[in-house]
Design a protein around this ligand. Structure first.
Ligand SMILES: Nc1ncnc2c1ncn2[C@@H]1O[C@H](COP(=O)(O)OP(=O)(O)OP(=O)(O)O)[C@@H](O)[C@H]1O
Ligand SMILES: [Mg+2]
Length: 276
């Protein structure tokens, strides 16, 4: 008998298509994320990474395709069903903004109150203090956000995302805008929080180093499709020129060629128009 336990899907996307502002952004995304893994979505700026997260959390509706969250078909779910479902999510938004006028503790309480009204005041305080300990910021609950550095703010935003013990934690660009040392620091934090709180993490980033560091698996989005799905090691060993250009950050390659061809087309179009 096999002792291997079956992986349980927690997020399933089937044939997701989404156009925005007259442009096809997602063009048939199929993706299954499993319970307990850290899945990282990578891709260039504007490729639809945040849009994908918004579809997973029900803040945006796909034009086509199906979304299953924790085994439940959410494709035609009502706003009320999504509101209930979102209580199982913790979210670290791109920017990770805190409320300036609230203390660190109040910022975290705001999120906790919203999801876990049944807790007593003491239970809430315990959870807030515990979440701050997990992110390495004990005894900071009375500090105002203005007194924190950028990296510390990210930590508080992470404490806020995990305080209600969510089944799925989403990170949208957790290291954008941080210096390299702070970036390494936040990457380590994500890994250490994961060791303490074993839940499912979905991280969106265009920082390939972060992706390799924190991921169990990586998916790369390009031109509306998932063009790579595998481990950091498999990504590293990929021979696909498209993937090589992205991971090596080369200015020359298939990704740039697309742009060059588009520029050529525009130039030709302009010449034709001028000569008319
Ligand atoms: N509400 C919207 N209305 C119109 N266009 C939108 C909307 N939201 C996103 N877009 C467009 O969809 C595309 C994908 O956006 P998205 O924010 O998902 O990109 P991203 O991959 O997260 O990029 P970045 O790395 O810069 O955050 C972009 O071209 C963006 O301009
Ligand atoms: Mg984004």
């Amino acid at each position: 008998m096999s002792t291997k336990t079956a992986k349980k899907p927690i997020v399933e996307l089937y044939g997701i298509k989404k156009s925005l502002g007259g442009k096809v952004i997602l063009d048939g995304i199929d993706l299954t994320i499993y319970e307990g893994e850290t899945f990282v979505i990578i891709g260039q700026s504007g490729v639809g990474k945040s849009v994908t997260l918004k579809i997973i959390i029900g803040l945006m509706e796909p034009d086509e395709g199906e979304v299953y969250i924790m085994g439940e078909n959410m494709t035609n779910a009502s706003e009320n069903q999504w509101t209930e479902k979102r209580k199982h999510f913790g979210m670290l938004f791109q920017g990770g903004a805190l409320f300036d006028s609230l203390t660190v503790g109040q910022n975290i309480l705001f999120s906790l109150d919203h999801i876990r009204h049944e807790l007593t005041e003491d239970e809430k305080i315990d959870k807030i203090l515990h979440s701050l300990e997990i992110v390495g910021l004990p005894d900071t609950e009375d500090i105002m956000p203005a007194e924190l550095s950028g990296g510390m703010m990210k930590r508080v935003a992470l404490a806020r995302a995990i305080v209600a013990s969510p089944e799925i934690v989403l990170f949208d660009e957790p290291t954008t805008g941080l210096d390299p040392i702070m970036t390494a620091n936040i990457n380590e934090l994500i890994v250490s929080v994961k060791e303490k709180i074993k839940t499912t993490y979905i991280v969106v980033t265009h920082d390939i180093k972060s992706a390799k560091y924190v991921s169990d698996r990586i998916g790369m989005v390009y031109k509306g499709k998932l063009v790579f799905l595998g481990t950091a090691k498999e990504l590293e060993n990929s021979k696909d020129p498209l993937i090589r250009q992205f991971i090596e950050g080369n200015s020359q390659g298939p990704i740039t060629e697309e742009y060059m061809q588009a520029i050529e087309r525009i130039k030709r179009h302009e010449t034709v128009a001028k000569n008319r």
